[in-house]
Each structure stands twice: as C-alpha cells, then as structure tokens.
Design a protein around this ligand. Structure first.
Ligand code: DX5
Ligand code: ZN
Length: 241
C-alpha cells in the first residue's frame, strides 16, 4: 500500500486546512432598508456578518445609480463591519482617495473599466486599502493572471452587475473552480469572493467550488430574520460535497 511521506502529508494537511477556513459572509447594503439603516446594520453585526458589501454604481458602467463617499462615510460611522466596496464605475481611480477616507477596507474595481489595472491596484494599496478586481461573467480569468501579486481579493461575478435580486448563473461554478485553482497555483492569498444570486440554494455549491467570501443582498434582507439567514448561509458553507 502507498505510504505517504512527511512531505506529502504536510501538503495534504495544508490543502485540507485551506478548505476549512471560515467563510466570509458579506450582506449587500444595496438590499437594506435605507429608512432604517442603522437597525439593518446592527442586525447584520449581531447576526455574525463578517463584512458589509457596498455596491457603488455610476449609471455608466452599469445602468443604475447608488451611493458615493458621503453615504459610505455615514455607514462607516454606524457600523464596525469592514466595508467591502464594489466599484461598478468607469474611471474608478477618481474616487479612490475619497472612498479610502470614507472608511473603505477593500476597494474592488472592475477589470473591464480599468485599463491600467496594475497601477490602479498599487494605488489602492498605497492608500491603505485591500485591492480587489471584479470580473463580469463574460470576462476571462486570464485578465488578472499578470496582476496576482497586486491582488488581495478576486471577485467573480455570478450575475451581470447592476441590480440585486438576479439569478445565479449556473456555469459560474466552473469559473469559480478555475479561479480557485489559479490562485492556489500562484500561492496567492487573495480572497475569492462571489457576488450575485447567492442564497440558500446556491451558496453550498459556490463554496465547494472554492469561494471564500459570499455577498448576499436579497437573501439576507428579504429574510424574516437577518441573523437566522446569515447563520443558515454560514451553515451551508460548512456542508461537505
Ligand atoms: C449586483 C451587485 C450585488 C448585489 C447582489 O450588481 O454587485 O452585490 O447587491 O444582490 P443579490 O444577492 O440580491 O443578488
Ligand atoms: Zn456587489
């Protein structure tokens, strides 16, 4: 019988440990009730959310408008949750300084809107934020292959961005698995995040495909109880394949 040597065993242990890291649950502010924002944010905190996902849309990169630095700064004042800022905007660098000042923990820019990706990621880190890149469903993973060293987070979009409440695109699972393999092969410590249509039906397979962080808008904020929903989503990330 094959007897694993110490080197093989330590690789197996490392792989197993990597898969066992606790999932990050990031409710999306987009689906919160702005008339009772502090209550909704408190519910997320008390319910065990890890990050708060902040969707910035400019009506140009995506056909929708949301919020900017002023709202971000206000949200930062009333929650302890790290702000995971998803910038669905053209010329994202115009907002880096303001968003960093407003309290963003992570700034994620879309590769489709960032022709100078390496320089833009380096600038985000200079400002003291984590640097992320988001990829639309139609954008290949090879777009980020040459900036893996500059990356703290890779966001694989599982819907076309612009709106909450859309359906998870099933063949995203294959892309998540390939993204996982790419990050692991490069020994990258970047967080692999998924966003769009994440709910009780989709989260387990996204986790099994290798995602670390899960954005959930509608699933969390249309639930009868935010804490129960976050706990249910987390539980599903712990399910075995
Ligand atoms: C979509 C946004 C998402 C959105 C997710 O363009 O990037 O973050 O809020 O919402 P759900 O979870 O409802 O699909
Ligand atoms: Zn988002």
């Amino acid at each position: 019988m094959f007897a694993a040597g110490p080197a093989v065993l330590s690789i197996l242990v490392a792989v197993t440990q990597a898969r066992q890291t606790r999932a990050i649950i990031a409710p999306s502010l987009l689906s919160a009730d702005f008339a009772q924002l502090t209550t909704d944010l408190r519910r997320c905190e008390d319910g065990g959310a890890d990050w708060l996902h902040v969707d910035v849309m400019d009506g140009c990169f995506v056909p929708n408008l949301t919020f900017g630095a002023k709202v971000m700064e206000t949200v930062h004042r009333v929650t302890k949750l790290p702000l995971d800022v998803h910038m669905m905007v053209v010329q994202p660098e115009k907002y880096f300084d303001d968003f960093a000042k407003a309290g963003a923990a992570t700034l994620t820019i879309h590769a489709e809107a960032a022709p100078h990706l390496q320089r833009q990621l380096a600038r985000i880190r200079e400002l003291g934020c984590k640097a992320g890149v988001a990829l639309n469903p139609g954008t290949p993973l090879s777009t980020v292959e040459d900036v893996l060293d500059d990356l703290d987070l890779l966001l694989v979009m599982t819907v076309n961005p612009g709106f909450g409440g859309q359906q998870f695109i099933p063949h995203s699972l294959d892309k998540i698995a390939r993204a996982r393999a790419m990050l692991d092969a490069a020994k990258s410590g970047a967080v692999l995040e998924v966003d769009g249509g994440i709910n009780r039906k989709t989260i387990a397979s996204a986790r099994q495909a290798g995602a670390d962080a899960f954005v959930a808008g509608n699933a969390v904020f249309t639930a009868a109880d935010v804490a129960t929903e976050i706990a249910a989503l987390r539980q599903l990330t712990m399910a075995r394949a």
